[in-house]
Design a protein around this ligand. Structure first.
Ligand code: ATP
Length: 320
């Protein structure tokens, strides 16, 4: 028998697959009129930033999950380690679709702030899909993974995709945007929560009060042009979020945070999604340090982090 024949003992089945997946922020959020079914059509520009969770999928019997901090100061409070975890549901969905047993031990190493409006749970779900697909050798096509991701939640497809992209519908229709590399961000995670339905409700009430005609949601052409330029000052001026006034009405402190960041020299300041996370576009390391210091000094933040974007979506980073 030759050495080559010796080698051929069936397909390679890894013991462990690691996937790294980024957080997202929203560079714009356009909210359409309230429809009779109580739903709003949205158009957003997603932007993946360099804050990551890592998921390790290990060969095992049965399905189990543990959650641990990726860094000493990462927070994992409130993240479920059972079937309520979106990564668990992702593994089950893939197993059902591919008709395999859901045999995997998942470890989530979190660094994306929890319940911070940065879609950490959705990121973990996307990562679990990718990791289990590789571990189990199910070999799904990209479009199949995307469809499963959309069934798990409206932010999950973007976590697979990454970069900068327009999200429409419930967020599951993703169109890539040509964006220059290298935007620098300071991200302030507010020390408290904001209910997403309440923010939408307040937005509707404000609009009724103003009795303004609400156009269909769209992306402002200005933002598209400036993203191609990569000029922080121009991008900063083009960021927008229709939910921001409502979020500030409910939680005036986030207005104070935006003001503190602007006063410290941020090129742009915005509530991300329905908040309460606020994001600050900075123009270089000096500006980043100044903004970071002022946000920490406000005493209003659970965490202040630096990140850059755009970065790619979920990627297999190790197989053994
Ligand atoms: P989004 O931006 O998608 O609205 P978020 O970033 O505000 O979400 P997440 O960190 O995704 O919030 O978590 C919100 C809640 O979801 C958590 O408090 C937790 O109870 C639950 N959850 C389920 N799976 C996960 C997960 N893998 N990581 C974090 N939270 C999870």
């Amino acid at each position: 028998m030759t050495a080559l024949e010796d080698w051929d003992d069936g397909p390679f089945r890894p013991e462990a697959v690691t996937v790294r997946v980024p957080a997202k922020i929203n560079l714009s959020l356009s909210v359409g009129p309230l429809r009779p079914d109580g739903y709003h059509e949205l158009v957003t520009v997603f932007h993946a930033v360099s804050l990551y969770d890592e998921i390790v999928a290990r060969a095992a019997r049965g399905l189990s999950l543990t959650v641990e901090p990726l860094r000493r100061d990462s927070d994992v409070a409130g993240v479920p380690d059972d079937e309520h975890n979106l990564a668990w549901r992702a593994a089950l969905l893939l197993a059902e679709y591919a008709r395999v047993e859901p045999d995997v031990r998942l470890t989530i190493r979190k660094d994306i702030p929890v319940a911070g409006g940065m879609a950490g749970g959705s990121a973990d779900a996307a990562a679990a899909l990718l990791a289990c697909d590789r571990l189990w050798g199910t070999g799904l096509r990209r479009d199949e993974l995307h469809d499963l991701a959309a069934r798990l939640g409206s932010d999950v497809p973007f976590a697979l995709h990454g970069g900068t992209a327009i999200g429409s519908g419930r967020g599951e229709h993703i169109t890539p945007v040509l964006a220059a590399a290298g935007l620098e961000w300071v991200i302030a995670v507010y020390d408290g929560g904001l209910s997403t339905p309440k923010v939408f409700e307040t937005c509707d009430t404000r609009r009724r009060r103003d009795s303004r005609e609400i156009p269909e949601p769209s992306v402002h052409p200005d933002l598209m042009t400036t993203l191609r330029s990569g000029d922080a000052l121009r991008v900063g001026a083009a960021l927008y979020n229709d939910l921001q006034p409502a979020a500030i009405e409910l939680l005036p402190e986030i207005g104070d945070l935006l003001e503190a960041g602007r006063a410290a020299g941020a090129a742009g300041a915005l509530v991300s999604g329905s908040g309460p996370t606020t994001v600050f576009l900075v123009d270089g390391p000096v500006s980043a340090a100044e903004v970071e210091e002022q946000l920490r000094a406000s005493g209003l933040c659970r965490a202040v982090r630096r990140a850059r974007g755009p970065v790619p979506g979920a990627l297999v980073s190790n197989v053994r």
